[in-house]
Ligand binder design. Structure first.
Ligand SMILES: CC(C)(COP(=O)(O)OP(=O)(O)OC[C@H]1O[C@@H](n2cnc3c(N)ncnc32)[C@H](O)[C@@H]1OP(=O)(O)O)[C@@H](O)C(=O)NCCC(=O)NCCS
Length: 488
């Protein structure tokens, strides 16, 4: 048992689970359907496929599915959880939280002693939920049980240039001590401000109001500010350790970002390289910064849409991008912008890209951005415990089938996608309502909406698991063993 006055050891993410829809639309086919120039979505934005939900799914069903998957596949029981946080911007009720709907899963355990409710600010809510969970475990309120943070959203846009940047999904994170992904203490950079770049003022519609170009500028400005704070804090740690080194991106092994579309993430890596270059007192102009001296005295604020700067730093950071960021873009490229889960889909993609032995001890940075705006840059350390059955091995094993799961989805044509969008639009917030989508099209073990009654009460059912209990193709289930800290 931890002494009351000390922090529990190695607090962070112990296990991760993801859910994405069983159907998608191909972005190349969508280019033809939308009549845009060939390559705009696939090359210009860097997207291949976009997951979407029929009227059988809402944010609550997504979160029910991902939480139950997390509990079942890690052999947890619901009374082991003392805090449950949900981050979402898919608000379907102005009062009742998604978290309270998830409490249905706890009923048979008799555990109603579960703190936490929902957190909302565009795509940042998942990070706020995770921070709340981490902070609880490190606080005097912690009672020794696990926390779970869930990020879930359905990202849909009105017809027009933003529609291709949609997506949907949910991620559940098991939080506690002795984690496989330990959050680095004291290394958070945060930037929040008031801006109308993307918001949802029309409560009768699922669609946001978007100023696309402004949102890109706000994202990059937030990245600059968060990274500069993170960088200064990381440098202070290095100075305290007196190792004489200068902090730079070389001190980070993998970089994950919130991904509205993959091309913006590639530009974000270039942006971080530009920050390093401008902030470094003595940049090596004959080494990694060769040919960049003309950009030495730029004001970052003037460069958000400067093509010359962008081109030069995209080239200068291409190796960084290929090795440290691209492996984390699989889900963003294949599912699209899931909103709050997007960043954590990036983390999952990175973890699925290598054997555990290649990731042990590595530092992974995460940049979270939610329009409006709220943003943070922080980092995790991957555990070095590679013993058979260690939390890290179990975590990596549990997501080894991510590519198979993506490949098991069904492709629908753009006209079919369009008619699903029209149906969702027409029936959004109707009561009473009986959904029309086919539940048989969902993955095994998926919660879905069966009915909305005349009092707007939503009822759900779950598609059967495989006869052997599997929730999808080629399951690799992990199991979280009770830790000494948790038993405290
Ligand atoms: C992202 C968004 C603004 C793009 O909309 P748009 O103005 O129609 O797109 P653009 O005309 O700028 O084209 C996008 C990119 O594709 C490129 N492109 C266009 N046609 C192309 C083609 N045929 N082949 C290759 N590239 C192409 C453009 O040059 C542009 O590249 P750039 O970003 O390097 O300038 C829009 O989808 C949106 O508002 N999305 C939602 C908000 C969002 O995701 N914001 C991000 C921050 S949170």
């Amino acid at each position: 048992m931890e002494a009351a006055h000390t922090w529990p050891k190695d607090v962070g993410i112990i296990a991760l689970e993801i859910y994405f829809p069983s159907q998608y639309v191909d972005q190349s086919e969508l280019e033809d359907f939308d009549g845009v120039s060939k390559g705009k979505y696939t090359i210009g934005l860097g997207q291949s496929k976009m997951g979407f939900c029929s009227d059988r799914e809402d944010v609550q069903s997504l979160c029910l599915t991902v939480l139950q998957r997390l509990v079942e596949r890690n052999n947890l029981s619901y009374d082991m959880i003392g805090r449950l946080e949900v981050g979402t911007e898919t608000v379907i009720d102005k009062s009742k939280s998604v978290k309270t709907v998830l409490m249905q899963l706890f009923e048979s355990s008799g555990n109603c002693s579960v703190e936490g409710i929902d957190t909302t600010n565009a795509c940042y809510g998942g990070t706020a939920a995770l921070f709340n969970a981490l902070n609880w475990v490190e606080s005097s309120s912690w009672d020794g049980r696990y926390a779970v943070a869930i990020a879930g959203d359905i990202a849909v846009y009105a017809t027009g240039n933003a529609r291709c940047t949609g997506g949907a999904g949910a991620v559940a994170m098991l939080v506690g001590p002795n984690a496989s992904l330990m959050v680095e203490r004291g290394l958070r950079g945060t930037y929040m401000c008031h801006v109308y770049d993307f918001y949802k003022p029309d409560l009768s519609s699922e669609y946001p109001v978007v100023d696309g170009k402004l949102s890109i500028k706000c994202y990059l400005r937030a990245l600059d500010n968060c990274y500069q704070q993170y960088r200064a804090k990381a440098q202070a740690v290095m100075d305290r350790e007196k190792n004489g080194s200068v902090f730079s991106l070389d001190c980070i092994d993998a970089m994950c970002f919130h991904s509205p579309y993959c091309k913006l993430v590639q530009k974000s890596v270039a942006r971080l390289a530009l920050n390093d270059f401008v902030l470094e007192a003595n940049p090596d102009l004959t080494g990694k910064y060769t040919g960049l001296d003309q950009f030495r005295h730029l004001k970052l604020e003037d460069t958000y849409f400067d093509r010359d700067v962008e081109k030069a730093f995209l080239a200068a950071s291409s190796q960084l991008y290929e090795t440290k960021t691209k492996p984390g873009l699989m889900l963003a490229n294949q599912v699209g912008n899931m909103y709050t889960p997007s960043l954590y889909g990036g983390l999952l993609s990175y973890l699925a890209s290598k054997p555990a032995s290649e990731m042990a001890g590595k530092r992974v940075s995460l940049f979270s951005y939610g329009s409006g705006s709220a943003s943070s840059f922080y980092s995790l350390r991957v555990s070095t415990d590679l013993k058979p059955g260690s939390p890290l091995n179990r975590l990596v094993g549990s997501i080894a089938n991510l590519e198979d799961r993506l490949a098991a989805r069904t492709k629908l044509s753009p006209p079919e996608f369009d008619s699903v969008m029209k149906l969702r639009e027409k029936t959004h917030h109707l009561a009473p309502y009986s959904p029309q989508g086919n539940p048989d099209a969902l993955f095994p073990g998926t919660w879905y909406l069966t009915e909305i009654d005349e009092m707007y009460r939503r009822k759900y059912a779950r598609t059967p698991l495989h006869s052997d209990g599997r929730g999808d193709v080629a399951e690799g289930a992990g199991s979280v063993e009770a830790s000494e800290d948790r038993k405290a």
